[in-house]
Design a protein around this ligand. Structure first.
Ligand code: AMP
Length: 240
């Protein structure tokens, strides 16, 4: 186990020598980007920026963006780049991003990646992006997606097959009734995977080519996947 992975196990700070900087978590729907982002948040104290979560907040608040995004998301398609980029631009202006941030679910298309790369290139102080792609096979993803349940109060993610709550349908922390995302059905999963293969797989190749890229096996216990991601980020951050 790396020093930071041990640190996580012991609840201590990471031993990373530099700031975390911008970190991209890439991978198909259900690979565990959100779960892993939360592990990194605990360790490094930088925010998770999930474009899916930001869009769902807009949908539930009934904003103009939310009204535009709602049906697109229900179909498992991608929200137009310009809308998502603008939403991310606003979020990145928040002061909590100064030491770094974890982008979860963004960029999902080559134009989004180009936009992000361009934005970072104009920020002379910004550290280069470190990208980690999480891999899980298709059938496993299907089980993860259709079994996923979320606590609407604290955001804890459960899975009826692999990580059930203690009481069926209730959050262990809040006792709230767990909910299933409208797009976590098999039919929508198939469309989301199609969008992933067509639009997002090239983004993974883009960051692989740029370097500061790692791939981890996501079909392992959460703590082991987290340890792999942390070790990869530390190693890639140390590259001069
Ligand atoms: P997620 O929670 O990351 O699985 O995202 C849920 C849905 O939000 C996706 O299926 C898309 O419809 C939309 N979405 C999230 N992030 C993006 C993005 N970067 N670009 C376009 N659409 C997105």
């Amino acid at each position: 186990m790396s020093s930071s992975a041990t640190a996580i196990a012991n609840g201590r700070d990471s031993g990373m020598k530099t700031l975390p900087g911008p970190i991209l978590l890439l991978g198909a729907p259900g690979v565990g980007k959100g779960t892993q982002a939360k592990e990194l948040v605990k360790l490094w104290g930088i925010p998770q920026i999930s474009t899916g979560d930001l869009l769902r907040t807009n949908v539930s608040l009934g904003t103009t963006l939310g009204k535009l995004a709602k049906e697109i998301m229900q179909r498992g398609e991608l929200v137009p780049d310009s809308l998502v980029n603008e939403m991310v631009a606003v979020r990145l202006q928040q002061p909590d991003t100064a030491n770094g941030y974890i982008l979860d679910g963004f960029p999902r298309t080559l134009p989004q990646a180009g936009w992000l790369d361009g934005r970072l290139a104009t920020q002379t102080q910004a550290l280069p992006v470190v990208a980690v792609s999480i891999r899980v096979d298709y059938n496993q993803l299907l089980r993860r997606i259709t079994g996923r349940r979320n606590c609407p109060v604290c955001g804890t993610i459960y899975n009826v097959y692999v990580k059930p709550s203690k009481i069926d349908g209730r959050c262990d922390v809040e006792g709230a009734t767990l909910v299933q995302r409208a797009d976590d059905t098999e039919k929508v999963f198939v469309e989301r995977m199609r969008a992933y293969e067509a639009m997002t797989a090239p983004v993974v190749e883009h960051y692989r080519t740029l370097g500061r890229f790692a791939e981890v096996d996501g079909d392992r216990p959460i703590a082991e996947v987290a340890a792999g991601i942390i070790a990869a980020v530390e190693r890639l951050r140390a590259i001069a």
